[in-house]
Design a protein around this ligand. Structure first.
Ligand SMILES: [Zn+2]
Length: 53
C-alpha cells in the first residue's frame, strides 16, 4: 500500500537522475516505482536528470 501511494508523490527539491513519465508528468525516484508505474499504466518512463528549485 505504501508503494501505491508513493508513486503519486512528485519529487521536490531534487537534482538527480529520476524516472519520468511524460504522459502523467510524474517523476519517480525509485526504479521499482517506475517499473510498477510502467506495468500498471502501460506508459513509457524515461530516465532524466531533474533540477527542481
Ligand atoms: Zn504515467
Amino acid at each position: 500500500m505504501q508503494y501505491l501511494y508513493k508513486q503519486f508523490m512528485p519529487i521536490v527539491c531534487m537534482s538527480e537522475m529520476v524516472w519520468k513519465c511524460f504522459r502523467c508528468n510524474l517523476s519517480f525516484k525509485d526504479d521499482q516505482i517506475a517499473e510498477m508505474h510502467k506495468e500498471i499504466s502501460a506508459h513509457s518512463v524515461t530516465k532524466v536528470k531533474t533540477i527542481v528549485a
